[in-house]
Design a binder for this molecule. Structure first.
Ligand code: AMP
Ligand code: MG
Length: 321
């Protein structure tokens, strides 16, 4: 929380997370409008309760296409494109596996291998059929399910930023729990904490300073369960059907749009540090901070943010040089 007396903070619980909005003006009506906007988008995109447009698509799997609103169609199109990139760890059709594992929800368990194999057959992104003209989405096989859980917050964070900009705000921050989007540059930038994985409370590995940028973190520590001494976290490998298993505890992406950040955290999770840093050399607009299990903090580059290490039990590697 900033100590600057000109920053006004507003909070709510939405999408199962505490939401924080910071404004440079005292404007409760605007804050209420922002929270309403978030709720409206959540109602379109959730897969955790009916009725949402995404749930309608899932319920009609193998039966008929469902016409959805333009924003939902565009988001699904974007998610499908990211899923079809060769070797992508992102898969919008991962729903059947997410539902079966129930990671982070009551009743989570390790599914038998043959069940995972059967469900994997229902996760082909190519079988999410989009009809541009009709604005409809059709899942070709019964049992297929879209899950936008990895990108819904990013998409919504961008809509909040656009809304605030249109409303004339020049400096604001929205934190949707893991997704931070910022507008403007108050006093040289917004400070965003980088969480220490698996720590109690609010312990930080470091802090970033950004302006007009999104900061998205995906972490294995965010949702997981432990069984027989093994930890199962919520980011699944679409190639195996099991949680992605590599050297990473978290990936943070700094980008202009939070949707890009949300997609890239998953892509980079799948690539790991070395391949991830290599891939980002071709994308100067996307930067990442990797936190590894062996307590290393690796910056792919740092053109659009400043980073300060706050916990000296971690080692910092800056690939910028
Ligand atoms: P995030 O916190 O943004 O990393 O999103 C995690 C959520 O995305 C999970 O809880 C699932 O709902 C969903 N998910 C899990 N694995 C994948 C994947 N490989 N591709 C797309 N979405 C996924
Ligand atoms: Mg994500």
């Amino acid at each position: 929380m900033s100590s600057d007396h000109r920053i006004y903070s507003y909070s709510a619980v939405l999408m199962g997370s505490p939401i924080l909005l910071k404004l440079y003006s005292h404007n409760e009506a605007l804050a209420a409008q922002v929270f309403r906007l978030i709720k409206q988008y959540e109602d379109l995109l959730t897969v955790n309760r009916t009725p949402s447009q995404v749930m309608e698509i899932n319920h009609a799997a193998g039966r008929h296409p469902v016409t959805v609103s333009r924003p939902v169609f565009e988001l699904i199109r974007c998610a499908k494109a990211a899923s079809l990139v060769p070797g992508s760890a992102f898969n919008l059709a991962i729903g059947p596996l997410v539902k079966r594992w129930k990671i982070g929800f009551k009743g989570d368990s390790v599914p038998p291998a043959q069940e995972i194999a059967a469900l994997l057959a229902l996760t082909s992104p190519a079988e999410v059929c989009l009809d541009e003209e009709a604005g409809s989405v059709f899942l070709t096989r019964p049992g297929m399910e879209i899950d936008l859980g990895a990108i819904a917050k990013g998409y919504i964070a961008d809509r909040v930023r656009d809304y605030l900009r249109k409303a004339g705000e020049t400096a604001a921050l929205i934190n949707l729990g893991g997704n931070v989007q910022t507008l403007g540059s108050p006093e040289g930038g917004w400070t965003v904490g980088l969480k220490k994985p698996f720590s109690e409370g609010e312990a930080l590995v470091g802090a970033l300073v950004v302006s007009d940028k999104s900061v998205v973190t995906s972490g294995t520590y965010e949702r997981y369960f432990e069984r027989d001494g093994k930890r199962y976290h919520h980011i699944l490998d679409p190639r195996t059907g099991y949680p992605l298993d590599n050297e990473l505890d978290s990936v943070t992406v700094i980008s202009t749009d939070s949707l890009d950040g949300d997609i890239w955290t998953t892509l980079l999770y799948g690539m790991g540090v070395a391949k991830g840093c290599a891939a980002l050399r071709a994308r100067p607009d996307i930067e990442a901070i990797f936190v590894t299990r062996s307590q290393e903090v690796i910056l792919s580059s740092a053109r659009h943010f400043r980073f300060t290490l706050l916990d000296n039990t971690f080692r910092l590697t800056d690939n910028t040089v």
